[in-house]
Design a protein around this ligand. Structure first.
Ligand SMILES: CNc1ncnc2c1ncn2[C@@H]1O[C@H](COP(=O)(O)O)[C@@H](O)[C@H]1O
Ligand SMILES: [Zn+2]
Length: 369
């Protein structure tokens, strides 16, 4: 008896093709990208020790439809399970290996440095645990202290095992100006460990732009790149202030009014598009009204990203497949979309040149029909 599946052979072929194109991921939160299996394993261990009640945890984790506010409650829960040095090292290693396995060749991984005095964790020791995770990843990862010679070898390394990783330090919107400034100073101290920028994220209904502005301004003056979660909820005043700051990129741009679209396009600020995240958190009601279509049509800089691949059960290949099925992009357009993302990375020209070589070589071997 033959089994019947809902997926056609052409869809399977397309999935395979998408997984084989080199991809660039610019918006991935470390703790949101944790493997489901790891999350359950860690929660079960803490349940056995009596630190948490596993069944309560399981109930929240397994829930599929979550509003944006519920997602932030979930993150607080994930942090209870993940925030110790050993676990942070482990999940960093796994997240990097997972991205490399689907042919992500360049990853800007972002995470919020956390302080927890009760376990001797400072923001710095948290970040050192992340860097240890990068060092222990089994992929041919070019992350820290790479030399130009290493970089030149990159495009010749075996596919699905090679990845360049850079780090962005996130400021959580619950933080004070002093705490945000501490994160920026840490980023500056860790420049030689792959840190290249700052992200502003966290619950968009919490905190004021004025609180973060001094730290973000200082970051930029000191040569760090800045990306902002912008317009996840309607807030015209804040969106305008963020756009006037002229960040290097923004994430989401879901709740923009006409004037804000005009400004975004005038300033040509690249947008990190997170389709599954926007649909699952109901920030956008359905794919057919998603702003990707208009931005893409108008040739505005966009880059497809996962946001929280663990929490939203997606990966970058799946985001490309979604764009193909929802907006009708063919193989050539998908390849060009992936390649164009190189223009918007925060790493410097040497890395860009090497990534372009990866795309040149892929363009010669891939078939587009
Ligand atoms: C769904 N859209 C989103 N909007 C805003 N912030 C988000 C987010 N998804 C994740 N984060 C931010 O990233 C943290 C988890 O990773 P790290 O602990 O930093 O590694 C969350 O606590 C939140 O601050
Ligand atoms: Zn995000």
């Amino acid at each position: 008896m033959t089994m019947s599946y809902n997926i056609s052979s052409s869809e399977v072929e397309m999935e395979w093709w998408i997984s084989s194109i080199p991809k660039v991921e610019l918006h991935a939160h470390l703790n949101g990208s944790i493997r489901n299996s790891t999350l359950f394993e860690l929660a079960r261990e803490l349940g056995e020790k009596g630190t948490i009640v596993f069944s309560d945890f399981e109930h929240v984790i397994k829930k599929n439809d979550r509003t944006l506010c519920e997602v932030f409650k979930l993150f607080d829960l994930i942090h209870v399970v993940t925030t110790d040095h050993k676990t942070i090292t482990r999940i960093t290693k796994e997240v990097v290996e997972d991205f490399a396995a689907e042919n992500v060749v360049y990853l800007e991984l972002r995470t919020t440095p956390k302080r927890n005095d009760s376990i001797g964790m400072s923001k710095r020791s948290y970040m050192e645990a992340v860097v240890d995770g990068l060092r222990s990843a089994s992929s041919n990862i070019l992350d820290i202290n790479f030399s130009c010679d290493d970089l030149e070898k990159f495009s010749k390394l075996p596919t699905k095992k090679r990845i360049i990783v850079r780090l962005l330090l996130s400021i959580d919107r619950r933080e004070s100006t002093a705490s945000a400034m501490e994160t920026v100073k840490l980023a500056l101290e860790m420049k030689d460990m792959g840190v290249i920028g700052i992200d502003l994220s966290g619950n968009p209904t919490v905190g004021e732009w004025e609180t973060f502005f001094p730290a973000l301004k200082f970051a930029r003056e000191q040569g760090l790149s800045v990306t902002l979660h912008c317009g996840e909820v309607p807030n015209s005043v804040e969106i305008q202030e963020m756009l006037n700051f002229r960040p290097g990129r923004i994430g989401h741009a879901c709740c923009f009014q006409d004037e804000e679209w005009r400004k975004l396009k005038l300033y040509k600020i690249p947008v990190e598009i997170c389709l599954t995240s926007n649909i699952r958190t109901e920030t956008i009601s359905s794919m057919d009204v998603h702003h990707f279509a208009n931005l893409y049509k108008e040739n505005h800089p966009v880059v497809l990203c996962t946001d929280d691949s663990g929490v939203f059960s997606t990966n970058l290949s799946n985001e490309y497949a979604l764009v193909s099925s929802a907006f009708g992009l063919g193989k050539m357009e998908l390849f060009q979309l992936a390649r164009k993302a190189v223009d918007f990375i925060f790493a410097g020209n040497e890395v860009k040149m090497e990534l372009l070589k990866v795309y040149e070589s892929a363009a010669r071997t891939l078939e587009y029909n």
